[in-house]
Design a binder for this molecule. Structure first.
Ligand SMILES: Nc1ncnc2c1ncn2[C@@H]1O[C@H](COP(=O)(O)OP(=O)(O)O)[C@@H](O)[C@H]1O
Ligand SMILES: [Mg+2]
Length: 256
């Protein structure tokens, strides 16, 4: 089992879109059992998959109150996809965890139960857009870091920052084997030189990490969450469906 944090401290770069659509594409390929954890108090994965964020359903009480992790897992309409939803109350964990001595490793300990149970092949964590406790504890808990990066000039600046933070977490001893699994270029616009240049530059610096699959800018990808649907449900023939299916295939190939 691999725990994969989908993270970038910048907001609006495609973390949640990638979390929803990579998970649902992997599940629908039928080759992996997937658990998706919504760790963002904004609960965009939860609502984007058609669930209503509800108090007392998130990881909050597991992290703070000692509730059982297994009780927070809910099935989805995808056969091989389960979800741990989020709700605004998870924002409280950010503050309360910060005061705990084991704040960096508590999530890691909680999720270690999943390794014992061995019910999933991949566990994805959709992280909030900040360098707060929730995000850093996800970096401490995850075997792998998957970074969505917007094809824009300022995308690159953010990349240096998160790579640095992951390095700090690794050197703190909290997660000595944590590694960068990949970088997914998002919102690619083939008509602009900028998109091409940014992809080229990132490939130069991270030749092994950058996925061959690039996620194109697509209006349909932006619309799907307001219908509570993954892109393969909302518009199976759209470029967004093509791109995220391709990403899922490439992800599987990398993990073979
Ligand atoms: N490839 C894309 N093309 C068009 N819109 C996108 C694409 N990826 C994400 N979006 C939209 O951009 C916004 C930010 O994406 P989101 O995945 O929520 O980012 P994050 O989780 O990093 O904040 C959302 O409205 C989303 O629907
Ligand atoms: Mg998000």
């Amino acid at each position: 089992m691999n725990i994969v944090a989908i993270a970038n401290q910048k907001g609006g770069v495609g973390k949640t879109t990638t979390a929803i659509n990579l998970s649902t594409c992997l599940a629908s390929l039928g080759k992996a059992r997937v658990l998706l954890i919504d760790l963002d108090p904004q609960a965009n994965v939860t609502s984007g998959l058609g669930f209503t964020p509800t108090p007392n359903t998130s990881l909050y009480e597991v992290l703070i109150g000692g509730e059982r992790l297994a009780d927070r897992v809910i099935p989805t309409r995808f056969d091989n996809l389960s979800l741990i939803p989020s709700d605004m109350d998870l924002a409280g964990a950010e503050i309360e965890l910060a005061q705990a001595e084991d704040h960096l490793t508590r999530l890691r300990e909680v999720l270690s139960q999943l390794r014992v149970a061995a019910m999933y092949d991949f566990v994805f964590i959709d992280c909030p857009p900040s360098l707060g406790v929730l995000m850093t504890s996800a970096l401490a808990a995850a075997d792998e870091l998957l970074i969505p990066l917007q094809c824009e000039f300022f995308g690159l600046e953010g990349l240096a920052k998160i790579v640095h933070v992951q390095d700090q977490v690794r050197r703190s001893g909290a997660n000595p084997d944590g590694r960068i699994e990949g970088i997914v270029m998002t919102m690619y616009d083939g008509r602009t030189n900028l998109s091409r240049q940014v992809v080229e530059q990132v490939r130069e610096h991270f030749p092994d990490e950058v996925y061959q699959t690039v996620i194109r800018r697509s209006v349909r990808l932006g619309e799907a969450p307001s219908f509570g649907q993954a892109i393969i449900e909302y518009d199976p023939a759209s470029s967004g469906s093509v791109d995220y299916r391709s990403l899922a295939q490439e992800f599987l190939t990398r993990h073979r």
